[in-house]
Design a binder for this molecule. Structure first.
Ligand SMILES: Cc1ncc(COP(=O)(O)O)c(C=O)c1O
Length: 402
């Protein structure tokens, strides 16, 4: 039987995984290798949005696995073409590029924006503006975009041409978004920072400056996209027309895939050979993602996200009334941040461990926020049961046994 010690013995120590090893899952329930059961409020960090082993996805994956697994980009394939067509039909996009992860989609977005700016306005227009406390991934370009010393320390020199500005801060924006800016990179909801939404007046100013200065708007919807906030993409709720959107996580429900969505006139700057990847557009990944999009774009699924969000809010407020444990509860659909009141016995790690002990998987955001990102079709009963476990866990920590 695999053990946690094996991780320490053989894996590069960039993660600190839980002590239990999940081995089976169905819907929003996960079992570890000792058959202990957990309610899943994590979804592998907002990935398994249709739950684990969702039968229609298992079916298409099985069927595709008997047809064809992989082709080079010297060929195209039906699942990739069908997925691209579907994404264009359901969004602002006219062209799609497939990658394998969120960070890769961000890399493709930045390359595309710079190439577009270079082609249309000249090579001086190459700066990228990003925001403080953002999270765009772990590659060199994306850690440079993240704008936190914590993620770049020791990895320099960083890619150049990136400017940062505080999120939701209007003051001084005109000094960073200039004629030299190729693109602004933005999350409409900052997930890693604790589910923080972009403010209306901040977005309005970003939009105005981008229009005046011919700057592209890249929206990072790697975590917010594919139904998480109650619409297929979050931008539908924010009165903003993006030039490029990145997506990944929920798109494959756990089968690795990322994508950028963009317009014809922008995609035209990327000629044959300008970008590429071995696995992007893989038929297995694309057939799964097509089924995800078909399921996720149904009105009933998206409506239920907003209904279930209300269930969470109601119960979380009750927990807070009983235990006075949260400073704030932020939500954006089924994406929830509970900012903890830190005490001697309560911090993010103790809460996480106690929840695990009691059979609940939750996530961290920032260093003080419990992040909840369950399957978008989690049963109402499991929402109640899971939140009861969270309440019990926090109560136990408030009254540690002597
Ligand atoms: C908003 C956002 N962008 C980009 C990424 C990077 O995605 P990946 O881990 O697939 O590279 C993440 C991952 O958490 C994310 O949340």
């Amino acid at each position: 039987m695999a053990t946690r010690k094996q991780f320490d013995d053989y894996m590069m120590p960039v993660y600190n995984p839980a002590n239990f090893i999940p081995s089976k899952a169905k819907g929003s329930i996960v079992w570890d290798d000792k058959k202990k059961k957990y309610i899943d409020f994590a979804s592998g960090i907002a990935v398994t949005s249709l739950g684990h082993c969702y039968p229609p996805l298992v079916k298409v994956l099985n069927e595709q696995s008997k047809k064809i697994w992989h082709l080079s980009n010297a060929m195209t394939n039906a699942p990739a073409l069908d997925l691209a067509k579907k994404l264009c039909k359901l969004t602002f996009a006219e062209k799609v590029f497939f990658a394998n992860s969120g960070a890769e989609a961000m890399e493709a977005a930045v390359k595309t924006a710079r190439k577009y700016a270079n082609t249309h306005y000249g090579k001086h227009k190459n700066e990228i503006v990003a925001f403080a406390d953002a999270f765009h991934g772990r590659t060199m370009m994306t850690i440079a975009l993240n704008g936190s010393e914590r993620m770049t320390a020791g990895f320099g020199p960083m890619p150049s041409g990136i400017k940062h500005h505080p999120y939701n801060e209007i003051k001084g924006l005109e000094k960073v978004i200039t004629k030299k800016t190729a693109a602004v990179v933005l999350e409409l909801v900052q997930g890693e920072a604790g589910i923080i939404k972009a403010k209306k007046n901040f977005l309005a100013k970003v939009k105005k400056l981008c229009k005046e200065k011919n700057v592209l708007i890249i929206l990072d919807e790697v975590q917010s996209g594919v139904g998480r906030t109650g619409t297929l993409f979050a931008y539908e709720q924010f009165n903003i027309k993006p030039d490029i959107v990145t997506t990944a996580k929920g798109l494959g429900n756990g089968f690795p895939i990322g994508a950028i969505l963009t317009k014809d006139h922008i995609a035209e700057s990327m000629q044959v050979g300008a970008h590429g990847t071995t696995f992007g557009g893989n038929p297995l990944a694309c057939s799964v993602a097509l089924e995800v999009i078909n399921s996720m774009s149904k009105k009933t699924v998206l409506k239920n996200v907003l209904r279930k969000e209300k269930l969470f809010i109601k119960k979380l407020k009750e927990i807070n009334k009983n235990l006075d444990c949260f400073e704030r509860i932020n939500t954006a659909g089924l994406w929830i941040g509970c900012k903890l009141k830190i005490t001697e016995t309560i911090n993010l790690d103790t809460v996480l461990q106690q929840c695990y002990k009691n059979g609940l998987m939750v996530l961290k955001a920032n260093n003080n926020t419990i992040r909840i990102a369950p399957s978008l079709i989690i049963e109402d009963k499991l929402i109640k049961d899971g939140l009861n476990i969270m309440e019990k866990s926090i109560a136990q920590l408030q009254r540690p046994r002597v």
